[in-house]
Design a protein around this ligand. Structure first.
Ligand SMILES: NC(=O)c1ccc[n+]([C@@H]2O[C@H](COP(=O)([O-])OP(=O)(O)OC[C@H]3O[C@@H](n4cnc5c(N)ncnc54)[C@H](OP(=O)(O)O)[C@@H]3O)[C@@H](O)[C@H]2O)c1
Length: 299
């Protein structure tokens, strides 16, 4: 199979590069810019002609869309760009996969929820109630893909971190090492997700597609690591795994860190569907965090 990965220079895209090593399928890694020491083919997912040409020229069977506008706060003042990247561009990819009779694996987010109050894990069929531009445009992206009608798997994930790019784990590693005291919110809970685990799940999903063991034209699945914690608990664990316990980490309320977007207070995803249909075993969040920190802190 020929598998095209978009946004390959981002967190998930880089983990896709790692998990694809040694696999038989041919992977093409694309992004808007080249990256040092990594083979990247330039592809702007807002350019439908460029996508269709690349799909045709490389006989692409699967697109994994890791590209997005991911800055949640900045999206509030960049609505047009967020709409273009998160809603219109996935539609472009869906059109290309419909023409090629291929599969689009698209990544979405827990931010499609949050407007309604709930305290049980979100199932895939829970009504989307985004609270900001990022969540709204990501929800529209899902809907646009469904309207096009290509074969599509949407994976909603949350609290993504990895060795690559900017993320909460890397920010906290730096703050824990440099600040004597830190306040972190305890009134937002969810589940951290190691992008490497998500990348492995994507490969499993593609294997099932190849083997034709699950063929639904359009399906949404949740994927995060197992377990539940607050950002405060997450930070305490990061400190523990680095062995740096000098920083005094204290819990605080969200209103101590005003933000343009109201974050979902309970962002826990129910992953029963992805586990049952694809037979995926999902690692517990602290086990994966330990691995990522080991990779980040090794000399
Ligand atoms: N990060 C999270 O906590 C989180 C949580 C839930 C869901 N998600 C979803 O998970 C997916 C992967 O997230 P991530 O954290 O890996 O994202 P990321 O690190 O921000 O990577 C996104 C990549 O897309 C690239 N890109 C931007 N515009 C593009 C364009 N026009 N054409 C092609 N590529 C373009 C970016 O390039 P530049 O950097 O040069 O702009 C970047 O390399 C996204 O769909 C995101 O919405 C993320």
């Amino acid at each position: 199979m020929n598998i095209l990965v978009t946004g390959a220079n981002g967190q998930l895209g880089n983990e896709m590069r790692i998990v694809s090593r040694g696999l038989q399928d041919h992977y093409i890694f694309t992004d808007v810019v080249e990256m040092d020491c990594q083979e990247t083919t330039i592809l702007d997912i807002t350019d439908i002609n460029a996508i269709c040409e690349m799909v045709k020229a490389n006989d692409v069977n699967v697109i994994v869309n890791c590209a997005a506008y991911t800055n949640v706060d900045a999206a509030e003042s960049n609505q047009d760009l967020a709409e273009l990247l998160n809603a219109k561009a996935p539609e472009n990819l869906a059109v290309a996969m419909k023409e090629a009779n291929g599969l689009l694996v698209h990544i979405s987010t827990d931010y499609v929820f949050g407007g309604d109050l709930y305290n049980t894990p979100c199932k895939e069929n829970q009504k989307g109630t985004p609270t900001g531009v990022y969540g709204l445009t990501k929800l529209r992206g899902e809907q646009n893909i469904e309207k096009v009608g290509c074969n599509a798997v949407i994976l909603r994930t949350a609290w993504l971190y990895s060795e690559f790019g900017k993320n909460f784990v890397k920010t906290m590693l730096n703050l824990i090492a440099t600040k004597p005291q830190l306040k972190v919110v305890f009134d937002q809970v969810g589940t951290p997700t190691y992008a490497l685990d998500l990348a492995k799940a994507i490969v499993t999903i593609i294997e099932h597609y190849k083997a034709k063991t699950f063929n639904s034209q359009f399906s949404i699945f949740n994927y995060s690591n197992e377990g539940v914690c607050s950002w405060f608990d997450f930070t305490k664990m990061i400190a523990e795994y680095t062995g740096n316990l000098n920083c005094d980490i204290q819990p605080c309320h969200s209103d101590e860190f005003p933000s343009p977007v109201k974050r979902p207070a309970y962002s826990v995803l129910d992953k029963t569907k992805v586990k049952e249909i694809y037979g995926i075993t999902i690692p517990y969040w602290t086990d994966s965090l330990k691995i990522c920190i080991k990779n980040l802190t090794k000399q």
